[in-house]
Design a binder for this molecule. Sequence first.
Ligand code: ZN
Length: 103
Amino acid sequence: MNGKSKQFNLVLLLATVSLVWLVVVGGCKKSEPEGPTVTVPKVDTVTAVAGEQTMCPVMGGAIDKNIFVEYKGKKVYFCCAACKEKFEAEPEKYLAKLPQFKL
Ligand SMILES: [Zn+2]
């Protein structure tokens, strides 16, 4: 009887030790990816937003993504069809207001 209960205690002790070890290792794994992933994507999003057009170059209103022309391979969006016509008549006049042509 005594020998059996001692063996049982040893198994319990081993199980507890391995559980603690798993928690410690799991905790280490959790903290590892936090460092590099937090800082890297911020740079990418800033550059992507900087080149994105949000305002009509003619009237300065909010753009309608259904109204656009392709100029020099890039899409230029407008707030209404009248602005699109004005841009097509004199595109150079409005290029300074377009972030996608400021590069
Ligand atoms: Zn307009």
